[in-house]
Design a protein around this ligand. Structure first.
Ligand SMILES: Nc1ncnc2c1ncn2[C@@H]1O[C@H](COP(=O)(O)OP(=O)(O)OP(=O)(O)O)[C@@H](O)[C@H]1O
Length: 254
């Protein structure tokens, strides 16, 4: 990291408990602007819950979450999205009965309401932007296909394009390569490497091969806490990380 790196997101001593069960426990995590951070950890470590807390889907019990110098943990999920935080969930939420183009038109519109949006798109700049987005995620040849006809990987890329259409500063991705073929996973790594620097990304992943392909810094969670942080080699060689993964097939099968 250079001296110019600027913290964009900071979780400060964040704790959440659900009915007495502490899922995230005094978590401190800082992510710099433009960084691609991977968040790994054994099942139940608190990774998805951490994303839920950042985007306002769950509420912290104590601590603070600061984004771009502003505390966001008291804002609603909608207000947090408006600050520039986008979230990709494990299950894509594309409109399967519409074409890829229509999906992108809806995603690109700044107004809300599906039917309203379809009628309000169409300037040359809008079309150009849509085509750039489709090209970025490798769907240029599929614009007129129904989303339902896309492969699993293509559906995930469409979902990513829909998030990019909102131009969020920070994008939270939960297991983006789950269920993808090796080739799709490779293409997704290329896509993420293209996004690096343009957006800040936090990627929760189990596929260590993918993580190695994209991550500079990896944060490892265990039992709701930050267990280790470093490069892929540093965290893979860390005895504490190895111990945390015992019983779950090792870090390679995280
Ligand atoms: N709303 C909730 N109510 C009760 N317990 C919850 C809730 N959300 C999460 N948990 C618990 O918190 C713990 C952390 O869950 P979380 O999904 O964040 O883990 P994870 O690291 O993402 O795991 P995985 O890799 O398996 O997806 C789990 O034990 C889970 O059962």
């Amino acid at each position: 990291m250079t001296g110019a790196a600027e913290a964009q997101l900071a979780l400060r001593d964040v704790t959440v408990s659900f009915g007495g069960f502490v899922a995230v426990d005094g978590l401190d995590l800082t992510v710099n602007r433009g960084e691609l951070r991977c968040l790994i950890g054994p099942n139940g470590a608190g990774k998805t819950t951490t994303l839920d807390l950042i985007c306002g889907r769950s509420r912290i019990s104590s601590g603070a979450i600061v984004f771009d110098g502003r505390e966001i943990h008291q804002l609603s999920e909608f207000e947090i999205a408006r600050t520039g935080i986008g979230r990709k969930f494990q299950v894509p939420s594309v409109f399967r009965e519409l074409s890829v183009r229509d999906n992108l038109e809806i995603g690109s519109s700044r107004q809300y309401g599906v039917l309203r949006n379809l009628g309000k798109f169409g300037g040359a700049a809008d079309r150009e932007r849509l085509e750039r987005l489709a090209e970025l995620v490798g769907l240029s040849d599929d614009l007129d296909k129904l989303a339902a006809q896309l492969s699993h990987g293509q559906t995930q890329w469409l979902e990513i394009a829909l998030i990019l259409a909102q131009d969020p500063q920070l994008i939270l991705m939960d297991e983006p390569t789950a269920g993808m073929t090796a080739h799709e996973t490779e293409k997704t790594a290329q896509l993420f490497n293209t996004l690096r620097g343009k957006h800040t990304l936090i990627v929760v992943e189990h596929d260590m091969g993918f993580v190695r392909d994209i991550a500079e810094t990896i944060s490892v969670m265990h039992q709701g806490r930050l267990l280790a942080q470093g490069t892929a080699d540093e965290v893979s060689d860390d005895p504490l990380v190895r111990e945390a993964y015992l019983g779950s097939g090792g870090i390679g099968h995280a």
